[in-house]
Design a protein around this ligand. Sequence first.
Ligand SMILES: Cc1cc2nc3c(=O)[nH]c(=O)nc-3n(C[C@H](O)[C@H](O)[C@H](O)COP(=O)(O)O)c2cc1C
Length: 410
Amino acid sequence: MGENVKLDTSLQLTSAVTIKNRFFKSAMSEQLGDKQHNPRPDLARLYGTWAAGGVGLNVTGNVMIDRTALGEPKNVVLDEQSDLALFRQWTKSGTQNNTQLWAQLNHPGKQIPAILTEEPVAPSAIPLTGGLEKGFNTPRALTESEIQAIIQRFATSAGLAKEAGFSGIQIHGAHGYLVSQFLSPRHNQRIDQWGGSAENRMRFVLAVYHAIREKVGQDFPVGIKLNSADFMKDGFTEDESMAVVRALDEAGIDLIEISGGTYESPSMMGANVRESTRRREAYFLEYAEKVRQQIKTTLVVTGGFRSSEAMTAALQSGATDMIGVARPMALQPDLPNKAIADSNYRIAFNRPSTGVKALDRMAMLDITWFEAQLQRIGSKKLPQANLSAWVVVAQMFMSLGKHAFQKRRA
Ligand SMILES: Cc1cc2nc3c(=O)[nH]c(=O)nc-3n(C[C@H](O)[C@H](O)[C@H](O)COP(=O)(O)O)c2cc1C
């Protein structure tokens, strides 16, 4: 158990890999890819800043495995066309100061905005709901050979990530993207080997893991971000999630990060969280406590941590081995150094808002406002806690408008 573990206690991840402390910067999509979807130099500056700030393990924002399936217009893509020299500048900077830098690999499935594709792919041809159907087109069901090709793409990207100098990779299996769509009985209604029973629905994630492992070898760290549940009617449940965790543990995965929710039900950002949970800060700690009883794999809980006190309590409870932090790291890139030095450290921030709820939702301000902070750090500016939500909304619409126009002309 973790009674004596502190935020700066090192962690032996595998026989070959030690992480210098318990801080895990969870993935935040930066949208700092260039026109060819290679990393812009801003990414090296951003990740160098985080490395100097003391984080032990830094996971990149989602890197796409397929350039025809972007989640956002300026995503980085890692495939055979990528310029690995540009990726190496990023990894060189982000691994300074003995920092582990892992690439998060993702395929968005149906969670692709309509301006980016007319016909997204998914396990089944089921549209998103809850108003999202306006901005996201109805997907078409993947064929068997397309599924096999996507599994191989995950492996190819992982091999390239290793070659480019990342210290590990994380499969994005959470938040309603493709891997998570396969796991969900709501989104996966296939009647072949990839759908139906819980065992069939987890076949895709296991196949992705095995293909990656075969490509990168036993010694290269491979982890996953997984939902504790989707928090949707007829969605992926806690019991199903635990079965997946056990299967991945048995398959030999090195780290499991626990989150929850989807675009339709964004629990990862604290939506629908009970007051008792909010007090403990970490949204998914109760689930982690149950998982901890069942597996030995390194666990990370992400979502809601804001103070040294709650982080230390979570570590010492034994429920989590590392502290996953995202939004606070966009405002305070040296949060790990600060929180280690000060047992009373606490960061507070308001939910960004223009005051017009519909506009906040349309602009996805819960994401875009923090993304704007990452872009500031990448361009050598300081984060700005009082950054105007209106400025972020205006910039987003200007850039999307230009992109939509280019798409129409293409
Ligand atoms: C700007 C932004 C971008 C994000 N991008 C990703 C992503 O690419 N992959 C991912 O798994 N989670 C992503 N998330 C979710 C975070 O990793 C994290 O799960 C969530 O913010 C809750 O943690 P927090 O309370 O510490 O912010 C993103 C969050 C934000 C704010």
